[in-house]
Design a protein around this ligand. Sequence first.
Ligand SMILES: CC(C)(COP(=O)(O)OP(=O)(O)OC[C@H]1O[C@@H](n2cnc3c(N)ncnc32)[C@H](O)[C@@H]1OP(=O)(O)O)[C@@H](O)C(=O)NCCC(=O)NCCS
Length: 427
Amino acid sequence: MTENTGITEKITVRQVGADEAETLLAADELIWAASGSEPLDVRLQGVPIRAGFVAERDGEIAGICGSWDLDIAVPDGGSGARLVPTEGLTWVGVHPDHRRRGVLTAMVRHHLEWTAGQGRSLAALKASEAGIYGRFGYGVASTVIRASFGRGTRFEAPAAVGELADATRTTFETATPEQTARLRALVQRCATAGPSGSVVRSEDDIRRHLTDVPEYRVGLEPRRVLWATRDGDDVGFAVLRRTPKWTDGSPHGEVEVFHFGSTDAGARLALARRLVDFDLMGSTINWVPLDDPLVLWSASPRTVTGGLTDSLWIRLVDLPAAVADRGHAVDCDLRVEVRDDVLGANQGVWHWQSVDGAGRLERVDGQPAEPADLSLSINDLGAVWLGGQTLGARAAAGFVTEHRPGAVAALDAALRTAVGPTAAADF
Ligand SMILES: CC(C)(COP(=O)(O)OP(=O)(O)OC[C@H]1O[C@@H](n2cnc3c(N)ncnc32)[C@H](O)[C@@H]1OP(=O)(O)O)[C@@H](O)C(=O)NCCC(=O)NCCS
């Protein structure tokens, strides 16, 4: 049992065993107001028992959370990305009787310390509400719009991309667990082709997502997979569902894309064309960043309706390891003061160097002979880690302070990415 001191000595957070899956499930259904009407064995399938946690206060279950085993695609310093093993915080919930008394705080702190103990440099999450996780050092690393493309949308791509798309074949299948190895290998290839920001789930999780559970889709079709292949190789995919809708006797169904990736622009265009060309469907919903080729191939962003929202939140857990794991676009040599109220090991002044794309941090011990070039918080680094924000913008907003002129631009240049991060799949 791990005790969290410093929040309240009455809250303990401990990892549960597989035999406590039902405890996690019952708490989750209570917190999320779920009906729990499906058979128990069905409901148990999604419980994150690989790493599930409960918070207890006075012997009562006060909260739960879990952690998925993920790889996140971070910038490689060029136009691609490299996969970094990451803990994905999930299933966060606090019993209604215990809310606003520090249970979430105890669980998130525990998760961050546990993540560091796992030897992982990053934690990530997708947030149910925007105001919860900044206080724990998470930053909004990528943003997406809920893009709605009308039936027959014309994507105006340059001819060379069109030719590549014409050479790409798309095939439509029902999702099955037998596709797990094929899809995971493809997701990995799409993620590392760049840009950063993709989430690669573990094999177990992908298999679970590809396994049809009729009880969960009540009347909806099972998930389908659209594959893109060229010269016999997989070059892209979309996992989706079509929902028929009829208005005044006419078909206006909706295609919802859950997960989407491609190894090049031609594959993306071939998938996009097919996604807006299903019979009986009126629109296709795909969560994409504003600089996604699908948006750039539209006449103007105004033609792509839909709200903006945060996609992936990133938290640097082991700062020196995270810097070593991420590519740098140009050399830098800076002293950076980092604030981290939760994980003290990250706090302090660091000598941040990058040479030939490789980043390295060394702590400036004791009283620094020279003051830092810039000061920032661990949240700022989470926000810029995938290239979705810049330190310059965060300095303009007052979060980052520059002590030596040019220091913010120098670190921004080292962390620069050719393209902003792509959408992160749900987890
Ligand atoms: C969100 C939730 C987990 C918060 O748990 P909690 O134990 O009440 O949180 P804590 O008492 O540790 O609160 C810590 C801080 O977060 C703030 N906070 C909590 N929930 C918040 C929310 N939804 N929005 C903004 N701030 C929130 C608290 O006010 C507190 O602020 P303070 O440190 O300035 O005092 C809980 O309300 C819940 O279970 N909600 C439903 C499920 C859910 O949304 N889970 C999140 C999944 S991503």
